[in-house]
Design a protein around this ligand. Structure first.
Ligand code: FAD
Length: 470
C-alpha cells in the first residue's frame, strides 16, 4: 500500500532561479530512498537548497533505526542510543537550532564488571585515581596512556598509521596489564559499538573514543524527537515557499535504474507498481544489502565487493521499564571481561513517567557471534540486572528484547581502511545516484557517519545539477 502522508507536493517548485525545470528536462527533482535519519538529513539539506524531494521508505513511518516506541508512558529507543556531542549530527542540528533537549549521562559513578565482581569504573580523571579496579602502578600507566591517546592529532602520520593496526595489536603493544588492555578495549567498544578488537582499526577506534570523551547526550522522549525535528523543519521550509517535499511510506523500492536519455535519468521501480517514477537524481540512504540489491549490476566491481565484505556491528538489546529503580546509585555499568552494557537512560533524559525508570542493556556481538544463541545473550543481560538491581523483577512494568540489532552497518576494520572501498561507494553510479549511509563515511561512525555521508551525497547532487544547468 502506498501512503501519501501529506498532500502532493506541499509546495510548488521554487528553485532560487538557477535551475529551469519547466519541461521537467533538467533541474531539481530528487528521490531520497530511506527515511531514517540519514535520508531525512539529505531531504532537509536539499529542500534548504530549493530542491523538490520525494522521500520513500518501505516502513509505515519515518525514523528507521532511530524510531522510538512509546508505551505506557515510556519512550523506548531501539536499544541504547547516545548522541555524540560536537560530531556531525550534533553540529547539523545545532547549526539549525534543531537540537532536541537531553542530558549527559553521569558515568563518573559508573561500575565496571570484571570476573563476577563490581568495581568503580575509571570513567573520568577523579575516578581514575580513586577506583578500586586498577592497582596503583596501573593507575599511573593508564593515566599516561590516556594522556597519549588524548593528545593524538588525528591528522598526524603517527595517528594515520594506527588505522592499519588492529585495536588488539595496538593495546598489546602498549601494555602488558590484562586489566588495562580490557579497559581500553571496552572503552573503544562502548564508543564505537564494535566488539571486534581483532579486526577493528585502532586509529578509527581511538578517534571515536576521543570523540566520546567529549560527551554524549541522551535525548528527552528518545531519538524520535530528532526525527520529528528534521521533518518539522522540512515542512516549515516548504510551507514558506522553499523547495518541495513529499513523503511516501510503506513504499519499498525494488530497483533503481539509470537510463541513457535526456531529461530525467533515474528510474525508480516501486514494489507492486508497474508505473516507473523518474527523477533527476537519487540519494540512497538504505542498508548495504539493499544498496547492492537495488543497484545490482550498475555497481563497479570495487563497490560491489565492498558492499559484500562489510562487517556489521550488531547488538542484542534488552530494554527494561521499572515502576521504580531499586538501587538508585546503579545508573551505569560496563563489562570489561564480557561485552555487556547497562545504563539507566531515564536517570538523565525524560524517558519514563515520573519516579519510574527505563534501563537499556546490550550485549555487543562479535563478528562470529551467531543470532541462534539469542536466548544466551538474554540470560547474560538478566544476570547483569540481577547483579546490579537484585529486586528488579518486583518492579517490572514491561521489557523488550531485540536480539540482532545492527548498530553500525560497517565496523571500521583494518581491511576496509586499506581497500578504498568507501570512497568508491561515495562516487555513486552514473553521476546521478549517490550512496550514503554509516558504511560510506571514512572518519565518523554511527549516526554521525550517516549524517556526514548524506551531506556529502547532497553536495554531489547539487554540484551535478548546477553543472548541467550553468
Ligand atoms: C541498537 C542500536 C544502538 C545504536 N546506538 C547508537 C548510538 O548510541 N549513537 C549513534 O550515533 N548511533 C547509534 N545507532 C545507529 C543509529 O541508529 C543510526 O546510525 C541512525 O539511526 C541513522 O540510520 P540511517 O538513516 O543511516 O539508516 P536506517 O535508520 O537503517 O534507515 C534506513 C531506512 O531505509 C528504509 N529502507 C530499506 N530498504 C528500503 C527500500 N528498498 N525501499 C524503501 N525504503 C527502504 C528502512 O525502512 C529504513 O527506514 C544505534 C543503532 C542501533 C540499532
Amino acid at each position: 500500500m502506498i501512503q501519501f502522508e501529506h498532500r502532493d507536493w506541499i509546495s510548488t517548485i521554487s528553485l532560487k532561479g538557477e535551475i529551469m525545470n519547466e519541461n521537467n528536462e533538467m533541474g531539481g527533482e530528487i528521490a531520497v530512498v530511506g527515511g531514517g535519519i540519514g535520508g531525512l538529513v539529505a531531504a532537509l539539506r536539499l529542500v534548504e537548497e530549493g530542491r523538490h524531494v520525494t522521500l520513500y521508505d518501505r516502513a509505515p513511518a519515518a525514523g528507521g533505526r532511530a524510531a522510538t516506541q512509546q508505551k505506557q508512558g515510556f519512550f523506548l529507543n531501539q536499544g541504547p542510543h547516545a548522541l555524540y556531542k560536537h560530531l556531525a549530527m550534533h553540529t547539523f542540528l545545532t547549526e539549525r537550532g534543531l537540537l532536541p533537549s537531553g542530558k549527559e549521562p553521569a558515568i563518573s559513578n559508573g561500575k565496571a564488571l570484571w570476573h563476577d565482581k563490581v568495581y568503580n569504573l575509571p570513567g573520568d580523571p577523579i575516578a581514575l585515581l580513586t577506583n578500586d579496579y586498577f592497582s596503583v602502578t596501573e593507575k599511573v600507566e593508564v593515566g599516561l596512556l590516556l594522556q597519549k591517546v588524548m593528545s593524538f592529532d588525528p591528522q598526524s602520520a603517527a595517528f594515520t598509521a594506527l588505522n592499519t593496526v588492529s585495536v588488539k595489536q595496538w593495546i598489546e603493544s602498549e601494555t602488558k596489564s590484562e586489566r588495562i588492555r580490557a579497559f581500553f578495549t571496552a572503552m573503544i567498544m562502548l564508543s564505537s559499538y564494535s566488539a571486534a578488537a581483532e579486526i577493528q582499526s585502532a586509529g578509527r577506534g581511538l578517534a571515536q573514543f576521543k570523540s566520546a570523551m567529549g560527551g554524549v547526550l541522551y535525548l528527552d522522549h528518545g531519538w524520535q524527537s530528532m526525527v520529528q525535528a528534521l521533518r518539522d523543519r522540512i515542512h516549515s521550509l516548504v510551507a514558506s515557499g522553499q523547495g518541495g517535499y513529499r513523503e511516501v511510506f510503506s513504499a519499498r523500492i525494488d530497483k533503481i535504474d539509470v537510463v541513457q536519455a535526456t531529461g530525467k535519468r533515474v528510474v525508480l521501480s516501486l514494489h507492486g507498481q508497474t508505473e516507473p517514477h523518474t527523477y533527476d537524481a537519487a540519494i540512497m540512504a538504505v542498508p548495504p544489502a539493499e544498496t547492492s540489491r537495488l543497484l545490482a549490476d550498475q555497481l563497479s566491481p570495487l563497490q560491489s565487493q565492498t558492499l559484500h565484505s562489510l562487517v556489521p556491528a550488531r547488538a542484542a538489546c534488552l530494554d527494561v521499564c521499572l515502576s521504580e529503580l531499586p538501587q538508585k546509585d546503579m545508573t551505569f555499568a560496563l563489562g570489561l571481561d564480557q561485552n555487556v552494557y547497562y545504563s539507566v537512560h531515564s536517570a538523565s533524559a525524560e524517558l519514563a513517567p515520573s519516579g519510574q525508570a527505563m534501563i537499556h542493556l546490550a550485549v555487543y556481538l562479535g563478528p562470529d557471534d551467531k543470532e541462534v544463541a539469542a536466548h544466551q545473550y538474554k540470560d547474560a543481560l538478566y544476570a547483569v540486572l540481577d547483579r546490579l538491581q537484585p529486586s528488579w523483577r518486583d518492579h517490572l512494568v514491561q521489557e523488550r528484547y531485540l536480539p540482532g540489532m545492527i548498530a553500525a552497518n560497517a565496523i571500521h576494520t583494518v581491511d576496509l581502511e586499506n581497500s578504498g572501498g568507501r570512497a568508491a561507494l561515495r562516487e555513486g553510479v552514473s553521476g546521478c545516484v549517490f550512496i550514503s549511509g554509516d558504511f560510506t563515511a571514512d572518519d565518523q561512525m554511527l549516526v554521525d557517519a550517516a549524517c556526514r555521508s548524506a551531506l556529502m551525497a547532497c553536495d554531489k547532487v547539487l554540484a551535478g545539477i548546477k553543472s548541467v544547468v550553468l
